[in-house]
Design a protein around this ligand. Structure first.
Ligand code: SAH
Length: 483
């Protein structure tokens, strides 16, 4: 009832139909898996490895001992010998001075978020001109629906006067802009908000500032900190590098869209001597290559923890496992905050509700490439293990976890079909085309209560590959639309 009411009101707002939203066939990060089932065995896009029986006698000393015998030959690198980029020099430097290979997680973290050379740090990587496309960039309706979810939660929280609205990894800030714009009619909601953008990239922070139509209030001399306010809904906005820096002591609504998939994963491979961590090394001809750790690595503790949460049959059939300690720790931080201060979190990403086997992928300019090819020039991302998020959150008291459900079910139950109809009543033909295609891309292939659009070419959708999960304080009851 509440969602319908909100949607009806929202549809009376001046429709904002951005032509910048693209409906053309650019790559979403989940699309690689479009033709495979979601079982863990079918997740293997690249880099397949087999066990071998010959390396139990491998040296276990602390010297540089690497093990390539369990690995298949990797595909050749596509690049011609060129002078190394700054990031490549940096990675080779770490490997050299460390005296041995680094974990895939360390490699991924450096590639994506190294403060000087990381993939996200100094450019806009989204959209047609960038490397991949995400749901908020596909259609304004995505941010609007997340706004409906946030308002419903705020209602369930008893309409608190002050709320932190936190977004983790906001990209261009499009989701938040669409959310604030569509929520701006609901003054009591927007007046309660302080928006916090958790973003590591200075370039993207600036873009977010621009897209949220922010202005920086003049410094006043009484020592009060200068405020930045978004003109979209009159809400104050702050930026942080870490969630921990967002002030606590008031309830939070936390949104993480395509954030978890960028967190670094450790990869393990089953060998005859047990689970070995896959590492990144530099070969004699100065190319990056994968090797297996000869002895137990610290991340094995997280592997053990993850395996304890799974049924033995689930683990037995896997030759490779990915674990994401940062996802487990972040979930714990989110759950602790929600448990103490109240509120809830919404996580939307592509992933599985179970152990992830081998999903790490690299995308450059809407094409999949080798993970080790010219690091820093391509996005790296991995399937999100929603079961692990659930277990990590459930270690905290007073919170409850809901879902995952498919993006299609989530957006459908929040009423995206009403929203598309409302928007279609007042738009140009070009905007109508963009709305229809955007709608199908968001919910296509799923079981949303579909809007009866024309059934010409339905694009491959993100409806079932993307999953939504909520973590809330138990006081609020079950969040919309997970009832
Ligand atoms: N949510 C956006 C962008 C997803 S891409 C969308 O859906 O369009 C991942 C985002 O997370 C980028 O903004 C990137 O700069 C940011 N990011 C990645 N790792 C981060 C980290 N460790 N800390 C803070 N921000 C991070």
């Amino acid at each position: 009832m509440l969602t319908r009411h909100l949607l009806k009101q929202a549809s009376t707002c001046r429709h904002f139909l951005s032509n910048s939203k693209t409906s053309s066939p650019f790559l979403t990060k989940s699309i690689l898996f479009s033709s495979s089932s979601s079982s863990p065995e079918s997740q293997s896009p690249t880099n397949t490895f087999v066990d071998d029986k010959v390396n139990d006698q491998y040296p276990t000393g602390t010297s540089i001992s690497i093990d390539r015998s369990a690995l298949y030959n990797l595909p050749d690198h596509s690049h011609e010998p060129t002078s190394d980029s700054e990031l490549v020099k940096h990675l080779k430097g770490i490997i050299k001075f460390r005296g041995g290979p680094i974990s895939v997680a360390e490699y991924m973290e450096e590639v994506l978020t190294n403060p000087k050379f990381g993939f996200y740090i100094s450019r806009d990587v989204f959209g047609a001109e960038g490397d991949f496309i995400t749901s908020p960039e596909v259609s304004q309706m995505f941010g609007e629906m997340v706004g409906v979810w946030a308002m419903c939660l705020w209602e369930q929280m008893g309409r608190p006067k002050q709320v932190n609205l936190v977004e983790l990894g906001p990209g261009r800030g499009t989701l938040m802009a669409d959310l604030l714009r569509s929520a701006s009619k609901f003054k009591s909601f927007t007046e309660s908000l302080h928006v916090h953008m958790v973003e590591c990239s200075p370039t993207l922070q600036k873009l977010q500032h621009h897209n949220l139509k922010c202005f920086d209030e003049d410094d006043n001399s009484d020592g009060v900190e200068k405020r930045t306010v978004s003109m979209l809904a009159g809400t104050p906005v702050s930026w942080h590098a870490l969630l921990e820096q967002v002030p606590s002591g008031m309830p939070s609504i936390i949104i993480a869209h395509e954030f978890y998939d960028a967190l670094p994963v450790h990869q393990f491979q089953r060998a005859s001597r047990g689970w070995c961590e896959k590492m990144v090394d530099v070969s004699e001809d100065s190319m990056f290559r994968f090797v297996l750790s000869p002895q137990t690595t610290p991340a094995t503790l997280y592997l053990m923890r993850r395996c304890k949460w799974a049924a033995p049959e689930e683990i037995e059939k896997l030759g490779q496992i990915e674990v994401c300690p940062k996802a487990m720790d972040l979930t714990r931080t989110i759950a602790d905050r929600i448990s103490c201060d109240g509120g809830g979190a919404l996580i939307i990403d592509y992933g599985l509700n179970g152990v992830v086997s081998d999903s790490l992928q690299a995308i450059r300019k809407h094409k999949f490439i080798n993970i080790l090819d010219n690091p820093g020039s391509a996005d790296l991302s991995a399937y999100v293990d929603f079961a692990s998020i659930r277990h990590s959150a459930e270690e905290v008291s007073d919170i409850s976890v809901h879902g995952p459900m498919t993006q299609s079910q989530f957006l459908g139950a929040l009423g995206i079909n009403f929203r598309v109809e409302a928007l279609l009543q007042n738009c140009t033909d070009e905007q109508a085309d963009s709305l229809r295609t955007g709608y199908w891309r968001l919910v296509g292939e799923g079981e949303a209560p579909f809007w009866e659009g024309p059934d010409e070419q339905v694009p491959i959708g993100m409806g079932t590959r993307y999953l939504a999960m909520a973590i809330v304080n138990k006081k609020q009851g079950v969040p919309v639309p997970f009832q």
